[in-house]
Design a protein around this ligand. Structure first.
Ligand code: CTP
Ligand code: MG
Length: 228
C-alpha cells in the first residue's frame, strides 16, 4: 500500500488568542506549519501531502512548503473533521481503498521521525489503522460541577495524539457517515470507532505536543531544539 498525508491547518487558534492563526506563528525563525510539513516531507514513505487550509488563507503562498511538488492544498471546513475529509477527497483520484493516510495536526510541529517509523512499522498489515497515544501521567477524576464523583482507572486511559494512520476507504467512509449522523468527532480514531472498528494505539513521545495556548510556544521551541 502507498502512503499519503493530510494536514488539517484550517483552524483559527481561538485558545491561543494571537493576532494570526497559531499555525503561522514563528518557532525558531520558521512558521509552525512549515516545521510540520517538513516533518512529513522527511518521511520517505509519504508520497503526497494535502494541507487543508482556511478559504483565502493569505499566509500560505509565502511558505516555502507551498512550492514543494509533493504538497497540494484543499479548502478546509468548519470543524477539524470537515477539514480532514476535504483533504481525503482531494486524494480520491489517486488513493486506492487500502492505501494509508497519515493525518497529522498542523499544530504539532515537534513530531519525531522515530514516532512516525514506529507507527508505520507497528501498523504494517493492519486492516484498519491506529494512532500515536500517551498513557496519562496524572490521576484522573470524574467530576460533576466541582465535586469529584469518581477516580478513573488510569491504566485504561490514553491521550490521543497525531499522526493517526488509517486505510483510505475505511477512514473516509467512517468520517462521512459519522458526520452525517451528527456524531461528535474530535479525531480520526473516534470516527473509525463510531463505525464499529477498533483502532490500535502506538505509544508516542511526550515531546509531540499540540500547540494550543501561549505557554506551549516556548515548550515547542525546547522540543524542536532538542532535535536539531
Ligand atoms: N483545524 C482545521 N479545521 C478546523 C479546525 C481545526 O483544519 N475547522 C486544525 C487546526 O488548524 C489544527 C488542528 O486541526 O492544526 C487541531 O485543532 P486545534 O488545536 O483545535 O486548532 P484550532 O481549532 O485552530 O484552535 P482552537 O480550538 O483553540 O480554536
Ligand atoms: Mg479547535
Amino acid at each position: 500500500a502507498r502512503c499519503f498525508a493530510v494536514i488539517p491547518a484550517a483552524g483559527s487558534g481561538k485558545r491561543m488568542g494571537a493576532a494570526i492563526p497559531k499555525q503561522y506563528l514563528t518557532l525558531l525563525g520558521k512558521p509552525v506549519l512549515q516545521h510540520t510539513i517538513e516533518r512529513l516531507l522527511a518521511v520517505a514513505a509519504v508520497e503526497r501531502i494535502v494541507v487543508a487550509l482556511a478559504a483565502d488563507d493569505p499566509r500560505w503562498p509565502a511558505l516555502p512548503a507551498a512550492f514543494d511538488p509533493r504538497v497540494m492544498t484543499a479548502i478546509g471546513g468548519a470543524e477539524r473533521a470537515d477539514s480532514v475529509l476535504a483533504g481525503l477527497r482531494a486524494l480520491a483520484a489517486e488513493a486506492r481503498p487500502d492505501d494509508w493516510v497519515m493525518v497529522h495536526d498542523a499544530a504539532r510541529p515537534c513530531l519525531r521521525p522515530d514516532d512516525v517509523e514506529k507507527l508505520l512499522a507497528e501498523l504494517e498489515g493492519d486492516p484498519v489503522g491506529g494512532i500515536l497515544a500517551l498513557p496519562s501521567v496524572d490521576t484522573l477524576k470524574e467530576v460533576e460541577g466541582r465535586d469529584i464523583v469518581a477516580t478513573v482507572d488510569r491504566s485504561r486511559i490514553w491521550r490521543a495524539l497525531t499522526p493517526q494512520l488509517f486505510r483510505y476507504r475505511p477512514l473516509t467512509e467512517s468520517l462521512e457517515r459519522a458526520l452525517a449522523a451528527g456524531a461528535t468527532i474530535t479525531d480520526e480514531a473516534s470516527a473509525v470507532e463510531w463505525a464499529g472498528r477498533r483502532p490500535k494505539i502506538v505509544e508516542g513521545h511526550p515531546g509531540n505536543i499540540k500547540i494550543t495556548r501561549p505557554e506551549d510556544l516556548p515548550l515547542a521551541e525546547f522540543y524542536l531544539r532538542q532535535q536539531t
